[in-house]
Design a protein. Structure first.
Lengths: 712, 712
């Protein structure tokens, strides 16, 4: 048996609770087991095997010794206050342990114990009480129902995952934050099997206290973590989560994330798995893109992106130059780049000429195909690769050497040529697509080349590096307009009232005038310009078109006079008791493009604005853009340009260009209005909005303001 | 040195030239080298190492012995007529060798030699002469510029690829046919590295004679090949290619294909790589789908599909049932299935109840999440897995056990449970997603479980199995209508003439009448129904709307009379010399959905019909469906239903349902017209076609028939 555990008095205490959780000087294991295959035994065995840098304090009332360490009968009997604790006892006992640890001043605990919120309302209550107890003493909790965490920097293995049976992680720059324990360990296992270096991995379980936002935030400041890989089913605390993403972006740490729950089945499953709110998937896409987070669709894509990101080359305005020994693979790579949206501009003409002089049967455009000839003359690698960088100026270079790169007769000479190329251009992102044995792949990687067997996966990962680069280099967006808090009515207002409220905020409807007499209506129509729309004006008639109270396409003064009389007649017939205030005369818009602008309150991210083209584009094709409110006109214009149907607004096929600036102004002001309005605003629909030809404005022909029934 | 080579007289000669190419009893190597690293030496070394079942006959004028084999100075000096030959001498000498071999009666030759069509017009001519010489004697050629082939069944290695340096393929059921040599060997190398069994691999190079269609056709009949993996940049001979695909389908052999050249850059690169015609990518998609070919987007996807296909379970009407130890992975799998279009219906309510009784905290819907509890009680695998199959009736079962499946403390018990499950349901498609060491993965595979580390890749491959199953089970489509060969005019006809020609084929325009007087026009309008469209009728005025010669929305008899006079006046002013035949009065269609029906002549696949919604849907969103002509109404209706905007026609959001039957009839007849018209027909555009509400028909408002300038 070892001597009593000691906390080195020279080691300063962790600066915060999260640091205590991930890098404790001492850890108590409540429910410690002598059997290394049991939940309470696995962490101890792992820490002993990996040489945890701190003190391990097993707590077990029945044993004086656990896995060779002195054990203590209770939390109260511990000879020192542990920085952190691992709780591996059943529900009930876990709550007692949390209370005792919190009272002694332990700063953070990992709660393995299951049987809480994931089991129903009673469990949720017990979980809430446990968090309350901890917080009362300033102790933070990971879990409950967490598979735990590990930190390769100090050998802290606070996890009972069986994934460690097949090996421990290599230390490295990638941190993993996963809500799901099993999936987090799936990620870790794949990363380990691919030899990827990890700094730490944390699974947050029920997220009763700490959530993945907190962990991303910690990793954003952790010196050992350079790249963050995250997994979530639903974001619990949007402000903390977004603040963490912003810290990562400011510190130039790429975040690649799997956020599941895209599908209807997925969303149902996500809800049954934990008590998450999956959120609208398109909104999630928009929010993650806003912070430069790359959203992965598959586990391999997530790991590919994380692995390439550890090269720390993030080319803003990324472009791809390709050197290939196979024309076929060159075509395949071009297809993959186009599908991903990664530009592959051609080499300059003069550079193409020079390459043709060097190797007459090469294809020098981009991809540059130097054919299998390069395997006979490996100096072509340096000459052609150098030309790609110098003359093509590509942000990223992909070199496809397939199995030839792994052939013993070629590999050593190829390696030499590649080293020479990279030595000349050490700041460039180099990716190599070869099929080779693992030791050869490791050598290429050591030389500074990320290696991918499948060139399509290489392209996807390279594209992600550009997106990180763009996010790191992005200028801050223009400020959103600042609006006064609007005075919202008690209940959902009428169209006219909604338009008035929005008009006060500078969000314009089509010009219209209330007219009490036919002559007033003729004058108004003359001022507005023919044709006009005429609508009966009465606080008692809400559904005007049902009684024939709307006339379209009224073309001249005579028709206005006739129309005025007709509307009054119809109103008198259909609703004899209605108070008639006259007729609303509005300019009839034509030649504009129908758009929809809207706001809804996302349960996770609050008010979110939407832009789309009218009718079928939104209904059937879901061709819309989202952004959190508020935002400025630059963001609004980017949203407008991002939809697939944007060419309709930008003058496709001889159409007039729409007034994008007016549309962007309206969208930006709408976002500011929604942000200022607070939670009583459930939503706004401006549908249709007519985007008129350039210089002629944009006008909402209808407006609905939806007031939440249960105001906060 | 061995004794003189002998062809076993008891072995029957290969039944055809392709069998001679792939399974020769004897092979001459022209340009044989004693150095196993040289092009002329590699095939010999490989065949010796792999125990080629036939005789190897090196030809080298300077050596009596090559790699231990007796060598012969010339083709003429060979002691027997070889079934096949490998030609590894420079251009020029290669043509001589082809001529000598062909004259002696050799049935097939692999031409490694480069410097032909890929180098320009002179090379193309030499290549054409070489093929002519060979064909004159009935000899077939693979190449030139081919990396060759191998056949694991007989150890025939007619290839000089360096890919063999890292190991030979395992024999198995997958055949590879690739136009690109380097890419074909890339495929082979990845397959080998993943331990996949191969029957043969052929790279067709310049395809001067044999092309991948021929090779797919041969593999479709080859006993050793059960799954075909193909790569092409452009199809050279559509009838041969499609006949081969049909043979494969009839023989229930799945074909998975990479056809590159999707992108603009890709198409340019494809053209520079070989002299291929890339074809329109959407047309290629449609044609491959027609024959049940699964088109892979990445190399890994291609190999995943081929590997899973070797299980030979192809569930028609495929659905996916999922058993998972991780709710998070369950959500991820649901998302992937929805994205792929693979249905995951929920378990029946009663079955869910039963599972809940068995394990209260399970999520029994589908994915069925039996939580990590299954690792403690592996009998759950049999019970829950059995319920998925019996009660859920899913065509495919995916079991997600992540790293736990590879943990030494779990794997043996898991394997036992899985074997029991499969023994009860041996005909089902079982896929296992685990992370394990290669020997453990092999064990699972031997037990009948295909293993994928990444569950998303498993889902994509499972989806492909259902598509194969649907293709194998599909009833033959309805026959296309048989039309007489239409009498096409010499040149592109006028709109009226085009409509008349199409009307004869039963392809209707909106009802219209030519009227010589205002009174005739009034009568016509009354008969057609108001409102009508009026157009000036003159053989000398082609662009009617430019002179104001078209009136829309003519609403009553008085307006028709006025309109008649107005049109004649405008015509007289604008074109005083024009012969005026009167006015065309047409029913003005309203309430219909605008569609586009068209035909164009694809350079590869001949006349191809297109269907799309009008205007922006085709122009901006490219939301169209294609099919080779001709086809029946069932195929036409499937095309109409396949576009994203189809809900517009099917009555989305309270719209009237369009007359789909009439639209399908028109599309099918159009396809029959195009097929009957022959190559002089360059294209047809019916734009717009108004699909009226159900029962009211579909009418072309405009028609263009485009006649090819250089008729064949």
């Amino acid at each position: 048996m070892d001597a009593l555990p000691k906390a080195d008095p020279r080691t300063p205490p962790p600066p915060d609770a999260l640091s205590a959780l991930l890098a404790p000087r001492s850890v108590a294991v409540i429910g410690a087991s002598g059997d290394p295959s049991r939940i309470g035994g696995r962490p101890i065995a792992a820490m002993l095997e990996r040489g945890f840098a701190g003190a391990i304090l097993p707590v077990n009332p029945n044993r004086a010794e656990v896995q060779g360490l002195p054990a203590f009968p209770s939390v109260g009997a511990l000879p020192l206050v542990p920085d952190a604790a691992i709780i591996a006892v059943p529900a009930g006992a876990a709550e007692v342990a949390v209370a005792e640890l919190a009272a002694r001043g332990t700063r953070a605990a990992i709660v393995f114990t299951a049987g809480y919120a994931e089991m129903g309302p009673a469990g949720a209550e017990a979980q809430a009480r446990m968090v309350e107890t901890a917080r009362a003493h300033g102790m933070r909790l990971l879990g409950p129902n967490s598979l735990g965490l590990f930190n390769t920097a100090n050998g802290f293995y606070g996890t009972f995952s069986s994934s460690l049976e097949r090996g421990y992680p290599v230390a490295g720059p990638i941190g993993i934050a996963s809500q799901s324990g099993a999936y987090g360990m799936h990620l870790f296992s794949m990363a380990r099997d691919h030899g990827m270096g990890l700094s730490c991995s944390v699974t947050t379980g029920n997220e009763a206290d700490l959530n993945i936002g907190d962990l991303i935030g910690w990793m954003a400041e952790d010196e050992g973590t350079e790249v963050i890989a995250a997994y979530s089913e639903g974001i619990r605390d949007a402000p903390r989560f977004l603040a963490a993403l912003e810290r990562a972006r400011r510190n130039r740490k790429p975040v690649v994330m799997m956020k599941v729950g895209r599908s209807a089945v997925g969303r149902a499953a996500a809800r049954s798995h934990t008590a998450s709110i999956a959120g609208d998937d398109a909104v999630t896409d928009a929010v993650l893109a806003e912070f430069g987070v790359v959203r992965a669709r598959t586990t391999e894509e997530l790991l590919d992106v994380a692995r390439l990101a550890t090269r720390k080359v993030y080319p803003a305005g990324n472009t791809l130059g390709v050197l290939t020994v196979s024309g076929g693979a060159g075509v395949l790579i071009s297809d993959a780049a186009e599908a991903a949206g990664l530009p592959m501009p051609p080499m300059p003409e003069a550079a193409q000429e020079a390459l043709r002089r060097d190797l007459p049967f090469c294809a020098p455009q981009n991809p540059v195909d130097c054919t299998a000839q390069v395997l006979n003359d490996l100096s072509l690698v340096t000459r052609f690769g150098g030309a790609l960088i110098r003359d093509g100026g590509y942000g990223s270079i992909l070199l496809f050497f397939t199995h030839a790169g792994g052939a013993p007769s070629i590999t050593p000479r190829l390696r030499e040529a590649l080293r020479a190329l990279r030595a000349e251009h050490p700041d460039r992102l180099f990716v190599l697509s070869v099929l080779a044995d693992p030791p050869q792949i490791r050598e290429f990687e050591e030389d500074g080349f990320a290696v991918f067997g499948d060139p399509s996966r290489a392209v996807a990962a390279i594209h992600a590096m550009g997106r990180f680069g763009d996010a790191f280099a992005a200028a801050p967006p223009a400020p959103a307009p600042v609006l006064l808090v609007p005075a919202l009515p008690e209940r959902t207002p009428s169209e006219a009232e909604a338009k008035r409220i929005l008009a006060e905020a500078g969000i314009g409807a089509a010009p219209e005038r209330a007219c009490a007499s036919a002559e007033e209506a003729v004058a108004a129509a003359g001022a507005l310009g023919f044709p006009v729309v005429m609508k009966i004006l009465s606080p008692d008639i809400l559904h005007k078109s049902e009684i024939g109270g709307v006339l379209l396409d009224v073309g001249d003064a005579a028709a206005v006079r006739e129309g005025f009389a007709l509307l009054l007649r119809r109103a008198a017939e259909a609703a004899p008791a209605a108070r008639i205030e006259g007729v609303l005369v509005a300019r009839q818009l034509s030649g504009g493009v129908e758009c929809i602008l809207g706001v809804h309150r996302d349960p996770v991210f609050g008010p979110v604005a939407m832009f789309g083209l009218g009718g079928i584009f939104v209904e059937v094709l879901k061709d819309v853009a989202f952004h959190r409110c508020p935002f400025g006109e630059d963001v609004a214009e980017a949203m407008i340009r991002s939809i697939r149907g944007a060419p309709l607004l930008l003058g496709a096929r001889g159409r007039p260009r729409a007034d994008i600036a007016a549309l962007a102004r309206m969208l930006s002001r709408l976002s500011a209005f929604a942000a200022a309005a607070g939670p009583r605003l459930a939503g706004i629909d401006l549908n249709p909005v007519f985007a008129m030809p350039e210089g002629e404005g944009a006008f909402a022909a209808d407006a609905v303001i939806d007031i939440a029934e249960e105001a906060a």
